[in-house]
Design a protein around this ligand. Sequence first.
Ligand SMILES: Nc1ncnc2c1ncn2[C@@H]1O[C@H](COP(=O)(O)OP(=O)(O)OP(=O)(O)O)[C@@H](O)[C@H]1O
Length: 229
Amino acid sequence: MSAIAVTNISKSFGKVRAVSDLSFTVGSGTVTAFLGPNGAGKTTTLRMILGLVKPDRGTATIHGTPYLHLRRPNTTVGAVLEATSFHPGRTARAHLTALCVASGLSTDRVGQVLDQVGLAAGDRRVGGFSLGMRQRLALASALLGDPAVLILDEPANGLDPEGIHWLRGFLRALAAGGCTVLVSSHVLAEMSVVADRVIVVNKGRLVVEAPMADFGDLEEAYLELVKEW
Ligand SMILES: Nc1ncnc2c1ncn2[C@@H]1O[C@H](COP(=O)(O)OP(=O)(O)OP(=O)(O)O)[C@@H](O)[C@H]1O
């Protein structure tokens, strides 16, 4: 069974057709790059997989079950979406502890995920965090339930070169441990070294779904594919 299966989903916002009859699957233990131009429908698709947006048609499942029907969603799938906000007066540790309590998870996880994402500033208030530190905290939040599936919307945003290098190793290590990662990004050079598979969408539709090895130069292939649409 696919870790994630999207089947014929469509979503319009008023007259805007954000996603149109889109289908793809994501295999277990892989890093899959989810690519497409601005407005292609990536975030809307990720939000539909996560039960945050209701599709007009079609289904999205995680290990065969729609997100909203998962018995323990926090331990099945973790997500980092754009514009994650944190209470500025709280420390990272307090933020993660509150999430553990709200989700019925052991607070032992707090120290573990802070270590996992390399966030040494756990006792500092989040209001003073850089964008890169916020990204790491968002990742730490997503990892609290030790999920088998991780969905990330532009996680390299705001990371410095060292952070991007770290994220690469981090995602590969997660996949090596059996975690399934679906990651949207505009940073093609980075995706070409981190992802096993590629899904390209444009104007809400599937352009291509293929192993990274099929692409040669990802940037060149992507620009050609998107130009044709
Ligand atoms: N809540 C909403 N209300 C109205 N329109 C929306 C909403 N969410 C998305 N859209 C529209 O749907 C289309 C797809 O947007 P989406 O954010 O899914 O694209 P994207 O591929 O994630 O883009 P980007 O790479 O810029 O983040 C766009 O035209 C966007 O303006």
